[in-house]
Design a binder for this molecule. Structure first.
Ligand code: ADP
Length: 665
């Protein structure tokens, strides 16, 4: 085993590799860009070296620089993670030339799988089933057209050098072929500098099923069963699971053997994934091989009880595979949800920003009594609360992986865990994942790559109205925060909190275009709250420093977390995350007026006390005068440091909304 490795990556995968290395007593060297100086992966490694600016091209993709860092640090090997340099054959060669072990397959295996057409030709020789199609050298337009007619429509054209779905065109009729070919070639040329294409049968409602393979340098090669990654948005995976629902033992063995044959055909070593596209009847075809560890590898680890990064390190240091094929078994069912900083309502557009608040699900002990602990709950993440999701890298926040003794148990646990995951500061796909988990298609294992598009109505329902408990949580959080910031705020404890008289006020919250008016009446031990026709007695049972509240609302006890972020209250309760807009009249009064030197009344009322005199020096936040409005006393505080120049009213005067109350400098 190595004594020190360099991890040429960032984020969750760098943290993931570091965790296993630490467990095995292997020291780790992190590399990082200027944008990542304070990031989790830097803290997770034993040492860390700055390699350049934020842009990946100037940092994480600088193979030579990373090799120099590894040599200087005395590392014996480089783990490339996924993405960045992980499938770069030249980098693998450069590592070898520098006397470093590349923790991945031989460079030639990466090259062999790099072109879709060449890989298919190789697979054909190894008797791995291929989608009916043409992947040869002849690129004559008429010849390709004949091939498409022979295959039968619909036909899919792909860029041979492709990736990320670029250049892919579905052709429904022979008459559309020429135009689609030209457009595929144009996109292929501009994206990959190579206009070579291949044509294949376009499958209807296919599933994406992939096989994890592992080979060592001693000639052993095994498969660690399948993962179903059919649930995709923008051709990218979002929910993965193992094993694949409906898989029979025979089919699994056939796919496993085909994957092992594919790996052997290219002299594979290390962790790899053979991706298949499968028909609903179970027939399957080779699509491509990813010559690295996949994002979704944890579901395989959970059902097989393995640590694939440990296997990678052992194999790369020359050891044999830890287990033989007949020693590998599937235990239960695992699901992975990718938590992304993105906005599902806006076409899954990435969202950037700071994780102002992040609370992850309490690690529920999923171990079953008497059975070996399958380590049934896991979050792999490269960020912590307070960190920023920047525009430079992948917007994945975390992967959450759960295990259950069967699919239903895993689904239930995933639903529970998602409901407990709280993020404030940027948009995330958590709500969408919750709907996906509960959707008829996913819950019923009716899987195919078009699942999300086919179930738009169920997955993107209109926002439901806010209920009284959710609004009450926001309101109580607001009222309590006012008590704790007495002095700044008018409804402070000393003035607004009257034990025996009936004091009322109205709070207005927004959800998108809808306004919700909550009438609050202060009472001895709590409040009476009215929302439309609904009325309830509300009491605060408890509140802690982490914004967790317990309220008694009528006969109901409700728990929730309320996080205020600017003018929004984020309420997490009853399995939901709701964002309530709230305009704080005072905050705005102060902001706008700090510049002009005027202070105006935020609502109509009566002056009940003047706390300063003309010429007095006041500091920001100092109470200046007290108004009474809506049966409540209301303190006007200085928005900035200054001197009182003029007082416009006397005690007892009525003032209208927006009236200028005093001038200061
Ligand atoms: P890329 O490398 O550009 O991502 P892939 O060949 O991996 O392209 O295919 C990406 C996705 O496109 C697959 O996961 C699947 O959803 C869909 N796809 C690919 N080939 C076919 C096909 N022959 N029929 C139907 N869908 C396909």
């Amino acid at each position: 085993m190595f004594s020190k490795i360099l991890i040429a990556n960032r984020g969750e995968i760098a943290c993931r590799v570091a965790a296993t290395a630490r467990r095995l007593g292997v020291q780790t060297v992190a590399v990082y860009s200027e944008a990542d100086a304070l990031s989790k992966h830097v803290a997770a490694c034993d040492e860390a070296v700055l390699i350049g600016p934020a842009a990946a091209k100037e940092s994480y993709l600088l193979g030579d620089k990373i090799i120099a860092v590894a040599l200087a640090a005395g590392a014996q090997a480089i783990h490339p993670g996924y993405g960045f340099l992980s499938e770069n054959a030249d980098f693998a060669d450069a590592c070898a030339n520098a006397g470093l072990v590349f923790i991945g397959p031989p460079a030639d295996a990466i090259r062999a799988m790099g072109s879709k057409s060449a890989a298919k030709t190789l697979m054909e020789k190894a008797s791995v089933p291929l989608v009916p199609g043409y992947h040869g050298e002849n690129q004559d337009a008429d010849f390709l057209h004949q091939q498409a007619d022979r295959i039968g429509y619909p036909v899919l054209l792909k860029a041979s050098a492709g990736g990320g779905g670029k250049g892919m065109r579905v052709i429904e009729h022979s008459a559309d072929f020429k135009a689609a070919l030209a457009s595929c070639q144009r996109e292929a040329l501009s994206s990959f500098g190579d206009d070579k294409v291949l044509a294949e049968k376009y499958l209807q409602r296919p599933r994406h099923i992939e096989i994890q393979v592992f080979a060592d340098t001693l000639g052993n090669c095994v498969y660690l069963f399948e993962r179903d990654c059919s649930v995709q948005r923008r051709h990218q995976k979002v929910l993965e699971e193992a094993p694949a629902p409906g898989m029979t033992a025979e089919r699994r063995a056939a796919m496993g053997s085909a994957a092992v044959a594919a790996a052997k055909a290219v002299g594979y070593v290390g962790a790899g994934t053979v991706e298949f596209i499968a028909n609903q009847d179970g027939s399957f075809y080779f699509m491509e091989m990813n010559t690295r560890l996949q994002v979704e590898h944890p579901v395989t680890e959970m059902i097989t009880g393995t640590d694939l990064v440990e296997w990678q390190l052992r194999v790369a240091s020359g050891e044999a595979l830890p287990l033989r094929q007949e020693q590998l078994q599937i235990h239960g069912h695992a699901l992975e949800a990718r938590i992304y900083a993105e906005n599902p309502d806006k076409g899954f557009l990435p969202s950037i920003g700071r994780l102002v608040h992040m609370q992850t699900p309490a690690a529920i002990n999923f171990a079953l009594g008497g059975q070996p602990d399958p380590a049934g709950f896991r979050i792999d993440s490269g960020v912590r609360a307070g960190d920023t999701i920047s525009p430079f890298y992948d917007p994945m926040i975390a992967k959450m992986i759960v295990w259950g003794k069967d699919r239903n148990e895993a689904l239930a646990r995933m639903a529970q865990a998602l409901a407990q995951y709280q993020i404030v500061g940027l948009s995330s796909n958590i709500g969408f994942l919750q709907r996906l988990i509960h959707s008829h298609a996913f819950a019923g294992a009716d899987l195919d790559t078009g699942l999300i598009e086919r179930n738009q109505a169920e997955l993107f329902p209109p926002q439901t109205a806010l209920s009284l408990p959710l609004i009450a949580l926001a309101a109580v959080s607001l009222l309590q925060s006012e008590i704790h910031s007495a002095g700044r705020n008018p409804w402070s404890s000393s003035h607004g909190w009257r034990m025996n008289s009936q004091l009322q006020r109205q709070l207005t919250f927004r959800q998108e275009e809808s306004h919700y008016q909550l009438d609050v009446t202060y009472q001895g031990k709590g409040w009476s709250m009215q929302l439309g026709d609904e009325q309830a007695q509300v009491q605060l049972i408890s509140q802690d420093a982490d914004n967790n509240f317990t309220l008694q609302i009528g006969a109901l006890t409700v728990n929730g977390t309320v996080v205020r972020h600017g003018e929004h209250f984020h309420v997490f309760s009853l399995g939901q995350h709701r964002e309530l807009g709230y305009t704080d009249p005072l905050l705005h009064a102060g902001e706008a007026e700090a510049e002009t030197g005027r202070l105006t009344a935020p609502m109509p009322g009566k002056i009940v006390a003047l706390l300063v005199v003309v010429g007095q020096t006041v500091s920001k936040g100092q109470p200046l005068l007290i108004m009474e409005a809506m049966k409540m006393e209301h303190t006007i505080a200085a928005p900035v440091d200054g001197i009182v120049k003029e007082l416009m009213y006397l005690i007892g005067d009525q003032v209208s909304d927006g009236a200028q109350l005093l001038m200061f400098e």
